[in-house]
Design a protein around this ligand. Structure first.
Ligand SMILES: C[S@@+](CC[C@H](N)C(=O)[O-])C[C@H]1O[C@@H](n2cnc3c(N)ncnc32)[C@H](O)[C@@H]1O
Length: 212
């Protein structure tokens, strides 16, 4: 197996160009229209997307991450696993989201999103109302958001934010690993925080149908 090195970032990104797209429009029609589309925002080093995509070959995944030397590790994992159902977009989701058509996404994963604890930065939280408006536009009618975090303050903020922005919440837990939930796939941050004994919070959010 070829040795992975931390250096030569551009070269390594270039080696992954077949699974990289600049925006939604570059995803082939087969890729996004023939199967459900799930996206992960802030995929980090890609453990979650790689394992999830391997278990669900009939679902298409787009993983978004803004840090180049992090996303490249995720891309290399997907290439090494030879997965055909994952594409990556490098950049800030807020900008990238503009290329997605309305009602194009079946599920959004938000895993261990940055908490931005200072009140003045609340708008940067990926569960702030500004982002929820973007998700509402992108999600199909039965679309859903799966959110996990180690940060209880962010979780409580998010519960309130989802509810006041017209989402219905299901399967809420403040201790995922002791909740009986089956089929959980751990992320890198999840491994780290659970090893330190921090309970993991999780929820599922669905758009309220207009007639409900
Ligand atoms: C705390 S890390 C969690 C990584 C991974 N999801 C995990 O659970 O191990 C949050 C990641 O989200 C990325 N991120 C945060 N905001 C983003 C945005 N607006 N667009 C794209 N990536 C973002 C960060 O660069 C970082 O890699």
């Amino acid at each position: 197996m070829r040795m992975r090195t931390r250096g030569h970032l551009e070269e390594r990104l270039n080696e992954c160009r077949d699974i990289t797209i600049e925006n939604y429009c570059e995803a082939t029609r087969d890729f996004v229209e023939a199967s459900p589309l799930h996206i992960e925002i802030g995929c980090g080093k890609g453990t979650f997307i790689t394992q999830t995509a391997a278990l669900n070959p009939d679902i298409s995944y787009i993983a978004v991450e803004k840090v180049s030397n992090v996303i490249v590790l995720a891309m290399e994992k997907v290439k090494e696993a030879d997965l055909k159902n994952v594409r990556f977009i490098r950049g800030n989701f807020q900008t990238i989201s503009e290329s997605f058509p309305d009602s194009s996404v079946d599920r959004i994963y938000l895993n261990f999103s940055d908490p931005w604890p200072k009140t003045g930065y609340a708008k940067r939280r990926l569960t702030h109302g500004g982002f929820l408006d973007i998700y509402k536009r992108l999600l199909k009618e039965d679309g859903e958001i799966f959110f996990k975090t180690d940060n209880k303050e962010l979780f409580d903020f998010s519960l309130e934010s989802f509810e006041s922005n017209g989402f219905i919440l299901n399967n809420i837990t403040y201790d995922l690993h002791n909740s009986g939930f089956e089929g959980n796939i751990m992320t890198e941050y999840e491994e780290r925080f659970s090893q330190m004994g921090t309970p993991i919070c999780r929820l599922e959010a669905k758009l309220k149908k207009s007639n409900q």
